[in-house]
Design a protein around this ligand. Structure first.
Ligand code: UT7
Length: 352
């Protein structure tokens, strides 16, 4: 039976380090508050107007392609996961194709919008295409340039301090080796809480949202409208919002649930996991999940302290770093799990 394996992995973090203390120049916050609530000490910001989500993703992709031992021309499908795309449309998939200099138009480029769970969704999609024999070299990228879309006024502090920029990428290929590769993936969604962690402007609701004026201002006198109104800009309605405590509580419940689901499917137990790479949402969430599942420290990868929450990029960045440091070895059982906006959540078990 054909499975999909990660044949190459790469990551890219912009050079500019933004420490918690640096944020206190713009926001009413403190290093102590951020460390205590999130574990974050610093994050990276890309260079405004010179880099974009696509260019960050391209740097990570080049490394993954090289490590997979293939040429860019061998890529037959691109999947790009981000919540901070260069453009409203088209998505970053085609921009990455162009940036990498892939002129082959036989390939497809898919953009997925599953925020923190984007990489797991991408992995699952790639796995299905490889298992059916449709593609042989899928490039999956998770990249974010949050720094261009955050609210640097005090009102945005609960969200702004958490997020950072970065990118991770993998090349997926078929493997016939018994028991190797992606063993199972599990995807979930619950749209009930869609607006609890969201950036709802600009959007086709045109500033009018489910019968309220909470997120914007309707103008019923005109048949159409514009995505962005001056009033949205004036009132700071073009930034992400988050019900932090609801997200926290739900994440702590869903992470273990979806990991147990993957273990049950494959007949493994938490003790069989060699390395656990959770989406880097908040160090306190990862620690609670680790405690609930009784996974020892040496098996858990956390690097949110250095990079903040990089959403779709966080798992491939953490996995890449762990692999580079020799923490992921051939034959290891690797557990990935994520939870985030949507709400969406998911898990994957990989035999490396
Ligand atoms: O990738 C998945 C997406 N996101 C997450 O997983 C995040 C999940 N949620 C969280 O990580 C936490 O809820 C946060 C870190 C976002 C917030 O921590 P919290 O303990 O839930 O804080 P809170 O929102 O309940 O706010 C507590 C206090 C408030 O002040 P008062 O009302 O008690 O006076 C906030 O105004 O902390 C205040 N606060 C801040 N103070 C300093 C909120 N943000 C900040 C800040 N600096 N950056």
């Amino acid at each position: 039976m054909t499975n999909s394996k990660i044949a190459g992995i790469g990551s890219y973090l912009p050079d500019r380090i933004v420490k918690n203390q640096d944020l206190t120049k713009y926001l009413d916050t403190s290093d102590e508050w951020i460390r205590e609530r999130t574990g974050i000490e610093e994050r990276r910001y890309a260079t405004k107007h010179l880099q974009t989500t696509t260019t960050l993703g391209t740097e990570a992709a080049k490394i993954a392609i090289e490590r997979a031992g293939i040429q860019k021309e061998d890529i037959d499908f691109i999947i790009f996961a981000t919540l901070s795309p260069d453009y409203y449309f088209p998505g970053c998939g085609v921009l990455l194709q162009r940036e990498l200099g892939i002129t082959n138009t036989e390939i497809g480029a898919l953009d997925i919008r599953n925020q923190c769970t984007g990489f797991i969704y991408g992995l699952s999609i790639a796995d299905q295409f490889i298992k059916t024999g449709m593609y042989k070299n899928i490039l999956l990228v998770g990249a974010e340039m949050h720094s261009m879309g955050l609210d640097f006024s005090d009102e945005g502090r609960g969200v702004t301090v958490i997020f950072g920029d970065g990118a991770g990428a993998v090349v997926l290929q078929p493997t016939q080796k018994e028991g190797q590769g992606i063993l199972t993936t599990h995807l979930h969604a619950d749209g009930t809480h869609a607006e609890e962690l969201a950036m709802i402007n600009p959007g086709s609701h045109g500033g009018y949202h489910v019968g309220t004026e909470k997120y914007g201002y309707p103008d019923p006198s005109v048949p159409g409208g514009v995505f962005v109104t001056q009033k949205m800009l004036d009132d700071g309605l073009l930034a992400p919002n988050m019900s932090g405590q609801l997200v926290f509580k739900t994440a702590v419940a869903k992470f273990p649930e979806v990991i147990r689901e993957a273990l049950a499917k494959t007949g493994y137990t938490t003790a069989d996991i060699d390395i656990f790479v959770p989406h880097q949402a908040n160090l306190r969430i990862s620690q609670m999940v680790q405690k609930l599942l009784r996974i020892p420290d040496e098996k858990v990868v956390n690097n949110i302290q250095k990079y903040g929450n990089t959403t779709a990029a966080s798992i491939p960045i953490a996995l890449c770093e762990a692999w580079e440091n020799g923490r992921v070895k051939d034959g290891d059982l690797v557990c990935l799990a994520a939870f985030g906006s949507g709400f969406t959540w998911g898990s994957a078990l990989i035999r490396w």
